[in-house]
Design a protein around this ligand. Structure first.
Ligand SMILES: C[S@@+](CC[C@H](N)C(=O)[O-])C[C@H]1O[C@@H](n2cnc3c(N)ncnc32)[C@H](O)[C@@H]1O
Length: 330
């Protein structure tokens, strides 16, 4: 039997990635008692952050729940490529779309009290809303009252536009019918320039091929005559997102960081810079101390991808705190 109060809830970090969700929940006062992750590179960064001792329970579809320690809450940003607007939208038919059923199996076996799940916005209208409906029905049948909302990280303490669906589940016997979980209140967006602080050499040097490619890109049929290099270079902290064809500019915020989109540039001190893995971690709310550790040990391209996959720390922290407050009010 677990002997926890609402103020020291124990959780397991499923689909852990590099632990954005974990840091958020730890910041809210909860304690992590294990994780599950199948990607070796993500595990390397995770261990750099949290140490070598903890057990990785591995593929969650293969876990025997009896081998898991007792825990109160599950956190999982379950794989989203299948639902993502950019992914191929295979949804529930794809193997990765089945992860939710693996998670539910563990919830049931452990008679779990609470969960926080996260997925991409594309899930909302995937298969005309059928995939979301199946997920909500499955969680309902498993015995949970589920509250969900599409929110943007931009409103929870980082200057990144990142829309994600968050699900909070409370076992039905632990919540009165007339009570609803209250989603965290929005907070002011902090200043972007405080996140664009990498001192590494990621300038687009005029000699490098990437710079030439960028110049060609500015001159393609979509962008020709729209932008002049000198004008762009005058605006410090202007964000330049190089999409497949067109170029988009952002001020005071960055677009969603994603795996595979390594093309975000910005202007600093009159020069083009590439957004680095370190800066991407900061834009996902990872603390400077951990981000610095990663910067010195993990390849920049890996960090860019891993940060793009992560949950925003601040968002999960806000959810964790609200859940604890809600449980204490009951
Ligand atoms: C969207 S990312 C979540 C990242 C994480 N929430 C974070 O904050 O960094 C999904 C993660 O699930 C992992 N994953 C996919 N299938 C899995 C499985 N069967 N068991 C455990 N982890 C899995 C992937 O390797 C990936 O790192």
């Amino acid at each position: 039997m677990l002997n926890t109060t609402n103020n020291n809830l124990k959780f397991i970090d499923f689909c852990a990635g590099i632990g954005g969700g974990r840091i958020g929940l730890e910041n809210s006062g909860m304690q992590c008692v294990g994780f599950s992750e199948i990607n070796k590179d993500a595990e390397k960064t995770y261990r750099l952050f949290f140490g070598e001792k903890e057990k990785n329970h591995g593929d969650l579809m293969q876990i025997n729940p009896k081998n898991l320690p007792d825990f109160d809450l599950m956190i999982a940003g379950f794989p989203c490529q299948t639902f993502s607007v950019i992914g191929q939208r295979k949804g529930m038919c794809d193997k990765r779309g089945q992860i939710i059923f693996g998670l539910v199996k563990i919830m049931k076996a452990k008679n779990l009290k609470y969960f926080i799940l996260e997925n991409v916005k594309g899930l909302l209208n995937h298969d005309n809303g059928q995939s979301l409906k199946v997920i909500l029905d499955t969680l309902d049948k498993a015995g949970y009252k589920v509250f969900w909302k599409l929110i943007s990280s931009l409103h929870y303490g980082v200057p990144q536009m990142r829309e994600r669906i968050y699900f909070v589940g409370i076992r039905k016997d632990l919540i009165k019918d007339d009570k609803d979980f209250e989603f965290p209140e929005v907070v002011e967006t902090p200043e972007l320039k405080n996140y664009l602080i990498d001192d590494g050499k990621l300038e687009l040097s005029e000699k490098k091929r990437t710079y030439e490619t960028f110049l060609k890109y500015l001159d393609n049929k979509y962008n020709k005559n729209k932008f002049t290099i000198n004008k762009l270079l005058k605006e410090d902290f202007l964000i330049i997102d190089t999409r497949q064809s067109d170029l988009r500019l952002y001020r005071g915020r960055v677009p969603t960081l994603r795996v595979g989109r390594h093309g975000i540039l910005y202007i600093r001190d009159g020069k083009f810079k590439k957004l680095s893995g370190y800066e991407s971690l900061l834009l996902q709310g990872f603390p400077k101390k951990l981000s610095n550790k990663a910067k010195n040990k993990i390849q920049n391209t890996h960090l860019l991808g891993q940060a793009g996959n992560a949950m925003t720390v601040n968002v999960v922290e806000a959810f964790g705190k609200n859940l604890i407050n809600f449980l204490n009010k009951k």
